[in-house]
Design a protein around this ligand. Structure first.
Ligand SMILES: *Cc1c(COP(=O)(O)O)cnc(C)c1O
Length: 219
């Protein structure tokens, strides 16, 4: 973990940013609780999962033992899981459509709990990918504002296999155009680049936990 933190600090320094402005989210998907507890013992407190159901099996016990843990949802969310997601997570990175704004508004209202959200943008305009189309971002933000769903920034997963920097820069520009200050971007292979381009939240899995089985790739 200290290697990743050092790399974040190095990238921040190059960009003349304060490393404390960058949240390292340890993405623990597919890894069991006993792979997670060493990171908690080392001081890591912010974790991410991509499936509600998997998180429900692992996290309640860990959170009961460490009540200062923050849990982020970074994977696609079905509207029928909105109640469960609001109950367990402190932040949702995958708000990407109108029906989900409605479902989350209802779930937050019912639970009496506000969960901070990022709007996920399909930054490479890829067919199979989650995320709101670039052109639909302003309308989705308007809808979220009207529904009292707190959106703090934008999130993206750039296309695989090509240089991610232009996509990070584009996400930063769209956030700026829409008055948003937070950027959830950068994974194990590209978080330093993301930090240099303004990421405030990096989502790092394999660089912290080691490789995963091929399933559960980000979409
Ligand atoms: C799995 C996942 C990550 C972490 O990926 P690594 O390459 O293991 O760092 C980040 N973001 C999302 C949305 C993911 O699903």
């Amino acid at each position: 973990m200290s290697d990743v933190r050092d790399s974040i600090a190095r990238a921040a320094k190059i960009a003349r940013r304060d490393p404390d402005d960058i949240e390292l989210i340890a993405i623990s998907k597919t890894h069991p609780a006993d792979a997670i507890t060493p990171l908690i013992a080392a001081g890591q407190r912010v974790f991410g999962e991509n499936r509600v159901q998997e998180a429900q099996t692992k996290w309640p016990a860990l959170i009961a033992a460490h009540d200062d843990i923050a849990l982020h949802l970074v994977g696609q969310l079905q509207s029928n899981k909105a109640d469960d997601a609001v109950a367990l997570f402190d932040c949702i990175h995958s708000l990407d459509r109108s029906s989900l704004v409605k479902a989350l508004a209802k779930a937050m209202d019912k639970a009496g709990k506000q969960v901070l959200c990022f709007v996920q943008v399909n930054i490479g305009e890829e067919e199979q990918k989650g995320g709101c189309a670039i052109g639909d971002v302003p309308a989705l933000l308007d809808q979220a504002r009207g529904a009292d769903v707190p959106v703090i920034g934008l999130m993206c997963v750039p296309p695989l296999g090509i240089e991610p920097a232009p996509f990070f820069a584009l996400l930063a520009k769209i956030a700026d155009d829409n008055g948003l200050s937070q950027l959830s971007m950068g994974m194990s292979g590209d978080y330093e680049t993301a930090v240099m381009l303004g990421a405030t939240h990096v989502r790092v899995g394999s660089a912290l936990f080691g490789a995963r089985a091929q399933q559960s790739q980000p979409v």
